[in-house]
Design a protein. Structure first.
Length: 271
């Protein structure tokens, strides 16, 4: 289901797929960033994603959809990933309309597979919940396999509001938020971003592991999720600045893994 959906979505505007080698987005002639063709309200929202294109069929019939509520049925990863991201590299910061993302290079080795980091993007509030608790913000670090580009993995990092300062990654990102307030805008960050604490956190905190799906169209399944058990910090001011730009972009919590898609369940509810 993952490969077929990726092939169908090769020219679609899907947040989770940006930067992947099999996803070649069409750049506007004016040099702006292409804006996603889906949303989070009304007919553009998650309950109608399957109607936006045939490649989105899994959004309504998939039985291993993300995000989920992480409970006792979800196992911890048996090993820590080995993550390398150069904090001095120039990156590009973009507003896709449905999220803000950073195009960045890095590598992650996990469970015998080498992955390339392609980008990370932000969801407010969090898409995953842990023991029913949601978090103010979640960042998805999207990877593809080095030898098999169809192998996708996402490291999902949760953030909790703090009365103190934010994690250094968000602290280094915050000064550039004003440059991408409007959808379709982008700005280079030549000085790079500080990934040091985030890398240490991902490699030391317990991670929940499961096989799920993209949380945006085409909702393709077969993706490995690694979700941090403990959150990093985000201060209130930075959170409000991000929230004002991103607004609401969290897909509703999906059914337990292997169970019927909630859209299928809703279609026969009350009958």
């Amino acid at each position: 289901m993952l490969l077929n959906a990726l092939l169908l979505a090769s020219t679609a505007s899907a947040t989770c797929l940006h930067g992947l080698s099999k996803f070649k987005r069409q750049e506007p002639a004016d040099g702006s960033v292409p804006i996603s063709n889906f949303g989070y309200t009304g007919l553009q929202g998650p309950f109608n994603w399957a109607s936006l294109g045939p490649e989105n069929e899994a959004c309504k019939i998939g039985k291993n959809q993300s995000p989920i509520n992480i409970d006792a049925s979800i196992s911890k990863a048996s090993e820590a990933p080995v993550v390398t991201i150069d904090s001095t590299q120039p990156v590009e910061f973009e507003n896709l309309g449905t999220t803000i993302e950073v195009l960045v290079n890095g590598t992650t080795s996990f469970a015998g597979t080498d992955f390339r980091l392609k980008q990370f993007h932000i969801h407010t509030p969090s898409e995953h919940r842990v023991g029913e608790e949601y978090f103010p913000l979640e960042a998805h670090f999207v990877h593809e396999g080095v030898t098999d580009p169809n192998a996708l993995a996402v490291i999902a990092v949760l953030f909790q509001l703090s009365a103190n300062t934010s994690d250094p990654l968000l602290t280094s990102l915050q000064p550039h938020l004003s440059a991408i307030v409007n959808p379709g805008t982008k700005t280079p960050i030549e000085s790079g971003l500080d990934f040091s604490n985030l890398i240490a956190h991902v490699q030391s905190t317990p991670l929940f592991q499961y096989t799920g799906s993209l949380t945006t169209p085409p909702c393709a399944e077969g993706l490995t999720f690694l979700v941090t058990e403990q959150p990093l910090a985000i201060d209130v001011t930075t959170f409000n600045e991000i929230k004002k730009i991103v607004k609401f972009n969290a897909r509703y919590t999906q059914n337990s893994l292997g169970e019927e898609n909630l859209i299928t369940v809703a279609g026969v509810a009350g009958t």
